[in-house]
Design a protein around this ligand. Structure first.
Ligand code: HEC
Ligand code: HEC
Length: 300
């Protein structure tokens, strides 16, 4: 009787080792396969279809988005068409709330008749159901960009307006800004004059309001007006650069003074032709008006 009792399957040390190894290895392989199986299935939210990568990105995106702008970077302006698409088309594409419809010459003709400057001013200030700046803030779109959108819309409604003059680069750019500043659009304008004016604008201090600029007595106001004129406006108005009415020249001013003072203030505040809004400065409205008063009083 050489057989082991009860017919035990493990008869040699080699078989014992094999059994021990298999005892460990088989469960490990099963666990690995299970883990792989579990991980490989796509889990979906209850009751939803499978999420695409884009949907997931949207879901996990932070709620508040912060966009950081470099204050010193040269500002990149949107085109009139871009501003129109982003903002104005909300009402002007369909003519909602009585807005003059884009491309509808009948809607636009009576508005165009008011002239570009009035339309630009209306777009900035608002009118009836038209919110000021189309409901945007000056941080979103500058006066200049709103002006481009006005020209873009009006020109598609039958007008032939020029784009407003591009604002001067910030004085932070200093002399290099002056050198880099391209003359506005100058299809017909004298290029040399335009370059001189661009340099003059770049040199305009942006610190604005001289002391006493606030609503003080009239003596204060005229002081502030004279100071702003000397700092800013004379860059063009002293010599009549770009066709600016010359300081103290009655013949230059007479046709302009036929407009009501409010209109003249508005031109100075919001720009007109080659005249940049506020002369390219960031002075307060009150100081700009005071500077207009100062210039006007010199030709009365
Ligand atoms: C919330 C709707 C709405 C948005 C957004 C809007 N507008 Fe208007 N807009 C109107 C309405 C309404 C009128 C007509 C106002 C009236 O004549 O009383 C109007 C009129 C105008 C006029 C003619 C003003 C005049 O004197 O007749 C101009 C120019 C204009 N919008 C420019 C713009 C520009 C530029 C934008 C984008 C930056 C813009 N609008 C965005 C509703 C809107
Ligand atoms: C870059 C040159 C430039 C600067 C700087 C400048 N202006 Fe002018 N200004 C002009 C030009 C050009 C005109 C003529 C615009 C036209 O009639 O098309 C003008 C016209 C005017 C008018 C007359 C508008 C009218 O037709 O009734 C007033 C008022 C005025 N400017 C005020 C100012 C004031 C105030 C400042 C300073 C805060 C200033 N300007 C700075 C170029 C300039």
């Amino acid at each position: 009787m050489s057989e082991a009792p009860h017919g035990a399957p493990i008869k040699t040390p080699g078989q014992l080792i094999a059994a021990v190894v298999a005892g460990f290895a088989v469960p490990i392989v099963i666990i690995i396969l299970l883990a792989y199986y579990v991980d490989n299935t796509t889990r979906t939210g209850a009751g939803t279809d499978e999420l695409s990568a884009q949907q997931i990105t949207e879901r996990i995106a932070p709620i508040a988005k912060v966009s950081i702008r470099d204050a010193n970077a040269p500002r990149v302006y949107k085109t009139g068409e871009q501003v129109y698409q982003a903002v104005c088309s909300a009402c002007h594409a369909s003519g909602a709330a009585g807005a003059p419809k884009f491309g509808n010459a009948g809607d636009w003709a009576p508005r165009i008749a008011q002239g570009y400057d009035t339309l630009w001013h209306t777009a900035l200030a608002g009118k009836g159901a038209m919110p000021a700046r189309g409901g945007t803030s000056p941080d979103d779109y500058s006066d200049y960009e709103i002006g481009l959108a006005v020209a873009y819309m009006a020109n598609h409604g039958g007008a032939n307006f020029q784009d407003p003059p591009k604002p001067a680069p910030g004085v932070a750019n200093g002399a290099s800004g002056a050198a880099a500043a391209a003359p506005a659009s100058g299809a017909d304008a004298n290029a040399a004059q335009a370059t001189a004016a661009a340099a003059a604008i770049a040199a305009i201090p942006q610190t604005g309001a001289p002391a006493g600029g606030a609503a003080g007595g009239s003596a204060d106001a005229s002081q502030a007006g004279k100071a702003l004129y000397t700092q800013v406006c004379q860059a063009c108005h002293a010599a009549g650069v770009l066709g600016a009415p010359k300081f103290g020249d009655k013949a230059d001013w007479a046709p302009r003074l036929k407009d009501p003072m409010d209109t003249i203030y508005n031109y100075a505040l919001h720009g007109k032709g080659q005249m940049p809004a506020k002369g390219g400065s960031n002075a307060s409205d009150a100081d700009v008006k005071a500077a207009v008063d100062y210039m006007v009083s010199a030709v009365k």
